[in-house]
Design a protein around this ligand. Structure first.
Ligand code: SF4
Length: 90
C-alpha cells in the first residue's frame, strides 16, 4: 500500500478520482483520523504528518460525501476526473 501526502498543488490522482487537501488542513492529525474512520473504501490514511491518501484506493470512491461531511468546509475536494474535473458536491 502506498500512501502519500496531498495538497492543493499536489493532488492525489487516480484515473477517475482525485483528492485535494488544503494546506491549512493537511497536518491536522485529528481530521486525518476522522477521515480514515469514515471513508468506506479506505482512501484516507492517518499518517504521522497528517492526512495521507492511498492512491490505489482512489478509484474505488463511492461518492458518499462522508469525508466532506466530516471535514471543515473547503478543507477537502473530491474531484471527478471522469466528469470534466467536476468537484463532488459543487
Ligand atoms: S466520497 Fe466517500 S468513498 Fe469517496 S473519498 Fe469521500 S468518504 Fe471516501
Amino acid at each position: 500500500m502506498s500512501v502519500e501526502q496531498v495538497g492543493p498543488r499536489a493532488p492525489a490522482d487516480g484515473l477517475f478520482i482525485a483528492v485535494e487537501v488544503e494546506e491549512w488542513a493537511v497536518r491536522d492529525r485529528e481530521l486525518a483520523a476522522k477521515l480514515a474512520e469514515v471513508c468506506p473504501v479506505d482512501i484516507y490514511h492517518a499518517g504521522a504528518r497528517g492526512i495521507e491518501v492511498v492512491r490505489e484506493h482512489l478509484d474505488e470512491c463511492v461518492l458518499c460525501e462522508l469525508c466532506l461531511n466530516a471535514a471543515p468546509p473547503g478543507a477537502i475536494r473530491v474531484i471527478k476526473r471522469y466528469d470534466g474535473d467536476a468537484p463532488l458536491r459543487a
